[in-house]
Ligand binder design. Structure first.
Ligand SMILES: NC(=O)c1ccc[n+]([C@@H]2O[C@H](COP(=O)([O-])OP(=O)(O)OC[C@H]3O[C@@H](n4cnc5c(N)ncnc54)[C@H](OP(=O)(O)O)[C@@H]3O)[C@@H](O)[C@H]2O)c1
Ligand SMILES: *[C@@H]1O[C@H](CO)[C@@H](O)[C@H](O)[C@H]1NC(C)=O
Ligand SMILES: *[C@@H]1O[C@H](CO)[C@@H](O)[C@H](O)[C@H]1NC(C)=O
Length: 311
């Protein structure tokens, strides 16, 4: 049986990340189908000049899933974090339909990193980690898998407007965690799309592996410096300690508020000594033929678009 992958079904292809993956798969020459929930209110994106069929699937129905997976060489799950628990049924149906490769909805923290299960973020990601364990347990059943960690999404609109990057250009403020010198891995969503496309273009090279990628590693202080240079304006800096952020997360958890994920995510990547930049030996960029992108160019493009570049 040939291991070549031609047909790909994407679950969550209407989402924040999914649209980028679908576009990259189309550019990569795959025949793509987007699976969507009956009654989904997600806007259907345009992939012009490509067109993509949408197939409605009831994720609670094994037969509906099996039908949708017939003839698909690969299934890529880009489902929202809140619904990743649906993936067990989805994996079972993929095995039954003879799907060759499954890519689970990871796309963030490396959930396989040694010791991660003992950290708060690792506890909150136990579900995601469990699906990779489940895929590993299915390796003998004809299906293979590839997981991909990406670090934080570097959407300039988000990172530079008081999102996880802590920089808030419009209000002239920056919230710096600890010394601000810790490097963390960041990926443009378009980069993640290319990574998935390359994974499926090289199924033998990527079989049954958990890979990590990033567009670049960057620290808060590097971002701050780039923004200040390019806008010609100093930002007002507030320092916060990662210990305090961790405490805020703990308090939220006590109240059953799982938005604490954001606090633990900041501690995981941005705290002094976090050590979660993508290591050179750990990076799959070379394997996948992906380039390191230039953070300054990305920020400059955004600022230019917003009319915020210094004259
Ligand atoms: N590294 C980072 O910084 C970062 C940031 C954000 C997300 N992520 C990860 O990326 C992955 C995708 O996240 P995303 O932000 O792209 O997700 P999203 O846009 O919130 O949702 C993706 C798709 O999931 C489907 N969906 C939503 N609610 C659902 C429900 N209740 N039941 C079934 N399907 C539902 C929708 O598709 P339909 O409406 O078409 O059915 C939606 O378009 C996740 O694993 C997430 O953890 C990582
Ligand atoms: C506060 O943030 C600034 C800017 O990043 C940094 O240079 C400084 O070292 C930080 N202060 C402390 C006490 O960590
Ligand atoms: C940082 O990120 C890039 C991704 O562009 C990776 O390939 C590189 O090896 C990383 N690590 C270091 C220590 O530079």
């Amino acid at each position: 049986m040939s291991s070549t992958i031609n047909t790909v079904a994407v679950l969550g292809g209407t989402g924040n990340l999914g649209t980028h993956i679908v576009r990259a798969l189309l550019v990569g020459g795959f025949t793509v189908t987007i699976l969507t929930r009956p009654g989904s209110t997600s806007p259907r994106p345009s992939f012009s000049p490509y067109t993509v069929p949408f197939t409605e699937v009831d994720y609670s129905s094994p037969s509906s899933l099996r039908d949708a997976f017939q003839g698909q060489d690969a299934v890529v799950s880009v489902l929202a974090t809140a619904v990743v628990q649906e993936q067990k049924k989805i994996i079972d149906a993929a095995v039954e339909a003879g799907v060759k490769r499954f890519v689970p909805s990871e796309f963030g923290v490396n959930t396989r990193k040694a010791g991660i299960e003992k950290t708060r973020i690792g506890e909150l990601l136990a579900g995601k980690r469990g699906f990779v364990d489940y895929l590993i347990s299915k390796e003998g059943d004809g299906i293979s898998w590839t997981g991909l960690s990406t670090g934080l999404f570097f959407d300039p609109v988000h990172v530079l407007s008081n999102g996880l990057g802590g920089i808030d250009i419009k209000n002239g403020k920056a919230t710096i965690i600890d010394s601000g010198t810790e490097p963390w891995p960041a990926s443009l969503r378009s980069h993640v799309g290319r990574a998935v496309s390359e994974i499926l273009r090289h199924p033998d090279l990527t079989r049954n592996q958990y890979l990590s990628t990033a567009s670049f590693n960057v620290s808060q202080n590097q971002l701050l410096k780039i923004v200040e240079e390019l806008t010609g304006k100093k930002l007002e800096v507030a320092n916060v300690s990662s210990k305090d952020i961790f405490k805020q997360g703990e308090e939220k958890l006590k109240r059953g508020d799982y938005s604490a994920f954001v606090e633990f995510l900041k501690v995981h990547f941005l705290a002094d000594g976090a050590g979660n930049a993508l290591g050179e030996e750990e990076s799959a960029n070379e394997k996948l033929g992906l380039v390191t992108e230039d953070v300054r160019a990305v920020v400059k493009g955004y600022l230019e678009g917003e009319g915020l570049l210094a004259a």
